[in-house]
Design a protein around this ligand. Structure first.
Ligand code: ADP
Ligand code: SF4
Ligand code: MG
Length: 354
């Protein structure tokens, strides 16, 4: 593998969940287009933020990358190796290198197992015996995540939400992973605890050189964590850029809208254009029957006929070679302040939304 091979290379990644219906013979009557043609890369040690409203396909993406789900199209390469449809045997050596942290620290820890048992679980499953023994390794991991190593024999219910998420982090670290997919790891926690857990993950990423795909539903959470950020809408990436580019010069109307929903105090200060508040109206349309052309058009205040007929490709702006990609026929420019939006809904659009 050359040093330029990304750790993770995803192209055209697609997951359509079939919808079964009919009686007496159940057949496929449609599909939930949960993820529809994603292209992105993650370099070794890099943190990519994946952001979008609920239902846009973030968790499905995470579960595809970690191969908890089988893709229905596209390709996933890990360290240059195609793992798109890899079976158990081929995945076995990789399983330990790609770990997942889940949103709900309550549901993801077995209440009947001690912390020691939970954290050493992955070592047991993969038959890994660290020098010094598993228990010593667990104690070390507890220390890394800021928990008392003496609490080895306690049960999950004896810990607070933030501490439980730390246990989840320790478990994810048990096998020295190269990539961690963290699916809204702080969304279920008290706001006062969120920053502590994000700081822990950031420390882990930097100190141990672990690459992250950090999933969040708003841009504020990933701002300080991710070097690069991808914004998703209805199963597609609509914009991807380096952090400062994305927050300082958002080009997709949806990204603008998401950013303007971020509380003022967390909006970037240096060099960012003044922004009007943009309130997104309407709901995200159903991924079973997404709008034609640009999927954001039913909520976009700039939509034209072209947006209804042509899907905008994810491309780089002319003269820009920073890898800032946007999927919009009429991307924003740095110096244009967006007008106050009034979505223009035609009858068809209203139906697509309902
Ligand atoms: N196993 C499944 N079967 C059918 N539909 C699913 C399944 N998992 C997720 N979906 C649907 O796929 C879409 C994307 O879901 P998800 O990836 O969980 O989004 P997010 O994590 O961004 O909230 C949603 O419409 C969801 O209902
Ligand atoms: S392509 Fe059209 S509808 Fe889609 S975001 Fe751009 S302007 Fe809005
Ligand atoms: Mg989710």
């Amino acid at each position: 593998m050359s040093s330029t091979t990304p750790l993770l290379d995803v192209s055209g990644l697609t997951k359509h969940f079939p919808i079964k219906g009919g009686f007496p013979i159940r057949r496929t009557v449609g599909a939930v287009q949960a993820v529809d043609g994603l292209d992105f890369q993650v370099a070794e040690g890099e943190s990519l933020g994946l952001v979008g409203e609920s239902g846009c396909g973030k968790s499905t993406t995470g579960r595809l990358i970690t191969r908890l789900l089988e893709p229905s199209g596209g390709q996933i390469s890990y360290r240059g190796q195609d793992i798109t449809h890899a079976g158990r045997k081929q995945l076995a050596p990789i399983r330990s290198e790609i770990q997942m942290i889940f949103q709900d620290p309550y549901a993801s820890l077995n209440p009947r197992q001690t912390v020691g048992k939970i954290i050493s679980g992955p070592m047991e499953i993969n038959d890994i015996n660290p020098a010094g023994g598993r228990e010593a390794r667990v104690r070390e991991l507890l220390e890394i995540v800021g928990l008392n190593p003496e609490h080895y024999n306690r049960f999950p219910h004896e810990f607070s939400g933030g501490q439980r998420q730390r246990i989840g982090v320790a478990r994810a670290l048990a096998l020295d992973p190269k990539l961690i997919v963290a699916d809204e790891p702080v969304s279920a926690l008290d706001v006062s605890i969120q920053a502590q857990v994000v700081n822990l993950l950031q420390k882990v990423q930097k100190d141990l050189g672990i690459a992250f795909v950090f999933i969040a539903h708003d841009l504020a959470v990933v701002r300080h964590f991710s070097q690069r950020v991808a914004v998703m809408y209805l199963g597609k990436i609509v914009e991807i850029a380096d952090r400062d580019d994305l927050y300082g010069n958002p080009r997709h109307p949806y990204t603008r809208a998401l950013l303007s929903a971020v509380p003022e105090a967390t909006v970037p200060d240096e060099g960012a254009p003044a922004r009007d508040r943009i309130r997104l109206v309407g709901d995200v349309p159903s991924p079973i029957n997404p709008p034609s052309g640009c999927r954001f058009r039913t909520r976009c205040w700039k939509a034209t006929e072209k947006c209804a007929t042509e899907a905008p490709p994810l491309v780089q702006a002319e003269g820009n070679n920073s890898g800032h990609l946007t999927a919009c026929h009429y991307p924003e420019t740095a110096d244009v302040v967006t007008e106050v939006p009034t979505p223009r809904l035609s009858k068809d659009d209203a139906e697509a939304t309902s």
